[in-house]
Design a protein around this ligand. Structure first.
Ligand code: NAD
Length: 381
């Protein structure tokens, strides 16, 4: 018999890419996970009254707001889900913390460490539950990778390498600013591929292999000027279009990370490989339910890379879904994060990564950008 559930009223800010991914997760979670809360889609918020109403109708939100301040002030909202551009995270999160709401904030936590630190202090002072949506941690194959490393199966880790490659900003005609394209506007985004894409790679890397100590980076802005959607003027581009960096982990492992939006043919190619003394693992977002595993202890005549189809009931999260052999996809990582958030909330705890944990990734991003600017190795603060 399933546990009786308390309602948890959700206030969603933003109805773009992540607003949809999260709404889907809130709606689905209790169909598959026996979590202690029943999420209720209480209110959706965005500036355009017509568009936000259409979103609310499509996804089943009971009401709408056009000012996030009103949403945060509502007494019938328990949790604020922040799905807006990075420059808005700080203000909304601080106000939500003061109002005593639980907060689920999209990544990166903020545009930089200084902003992120204010957010950490606000949630810690208010004592409100918080998490940041580094959802790739909850792709079952990635969670399995983490577990294999934590069990010591790889032994000492020597190398970590990760890429996040895209190709959607190659045209100089693409403007900056506005829905989706705020990513090209440094004022809204904080940085380019570093905060947007490498932040995912860094979060996974820290989670699996521990803290990053120092970095040496290079960045490039291939297209120096773009028309701004909001001003109509051609303006300087302030983001990094591409970034590659070397890193040293505290455990002695060496790393190499690369991200770009100029790798023709790659749409969202997030890959990582980890090499240890006993074994190696590799993962690719384009084949996200598979984990490649090489175990040197295997008998030599059959030794080779295993291609593990992560779909069995004893593999992470998979018991909740279908039968062995049937895989799940991208959107399920968000369902898993909601499930973990609700489980932790029932025990009065924040689900990982908390704001404080997610700040570590932003510290590395800041060190990467500082290193690219100075041309020197930079120690992570
Ligand atoms: N976890 C992931 O894999 C992942 C993927 C994509 C984006 N993100 C993060 O999610 C956040 C949102 O990105 P997105 O891709 O959904 O962007 P988007 O452009 O698709 O959507 C942004 C939404 O914010 C709304 N908005 C903008 N200003 C607002 C305001 N003042 N008040 C209320 N609403 C406002 C817009 O109307 C829009 O609905 C960013 O922080 C981004 O980095 C995370």
């Amino acid at each position: 018999m399933s546990t009786p559930k308390k309602n948890l009223n959700i206030g969603m800010v933003g109805y773009g890419f992540m607003g949809r991914a999260h709404s889907n997760a809130w709606r689905k979670v209790t169909n598959f996970f026996d979590v202690p809360y029943q999420p209720v889609l209480k209110a959706a918020c965005a500036r355009d009254a017509v568009k936000v109403q259409a979103f609310a109708d499509q996804w089943g939100y009971a009401s709408v707001e056009t000012d996030w301040r009103k949403l945060v002030a509502r007494r019938d909202i328990d949790a604020i889900d922040i799905c807006v551009p990075n420059d808005l995270h700080l203000e909304i999160a601080v106000a939500a913390a003061k109002a005593g709401k639980m907060i689920l904030c999209e990544k990166p936590i903020a545009r930089n460490t200084a902003e992120g630190l204010k957010m950490c202090k606000a949630v810690e002072k208010a004592g409100v539950l918080n998490t940041v949506w580094y959802n790739y941690r909850r792709v079952p194959a990635v969670t399995l990778a983490k577990n294999l490393v934590a069990e010591g199966r790889l032994g000492k880790i020597f190398h970590y390498r990760a890429n996040f490659l895209q190709d959607w900003t190659i045209s100089p005609d693409l403007p900056q600013g506005g829905t989706g394209l705020w990513r090209l506007d440094v004022k809204a985004a904080g940085s380019g591929v570093t905060g947007d894409l490498l932040a995912h790679c860094i979060d996974t890397a820290i989670w699996i292999n521990g803290p990053i100590k120092s970095v040496s980076a290079m960045t490039e802005t291939f297209i120096k000027q773009r028309k701004h959607t909001l001003t109509g003027k051609v303006e300087k581009v302030g983001i990094d279009d591409a970034c590659a960096f070397l890193a040293r982990f505290e455990n002695g492992a060496l790393a190499i990370f690369e991200s770009t939006r100029y790798a023709r043919g790659h749409k969202a190619e997030y890959t990582f490989e980890i090499n240890g003394e006993n074994a190696s693992i590799a993962w690719n977002l384009h084949d996200l339910h598979r984990l490649q595993y090489f175990n040197h202890a295997d008998e030599s005549i059959v030794r080779g890379w295993r291609n593990i189809h992560v779909s069995d009931g004893d593999q992470p999260y998979m018991k909740a879904w279908w039968v062995p052999g049937l895989q799940i996809g991208y959107e399920h990582s968000f369902v898993h994060q909601v499930a973990d958030f609700l489980e932790a909330a029932a025990q009065g705890k924040s689900a990982s990564p908390t704001f404080r944990e997610a700040l570590e990734t932003t510290k590395v991003c800041d060190a990467v950008l500082a290193s690219a600017a100075s041309g020197r190795w930079v120690t992570v603060a």
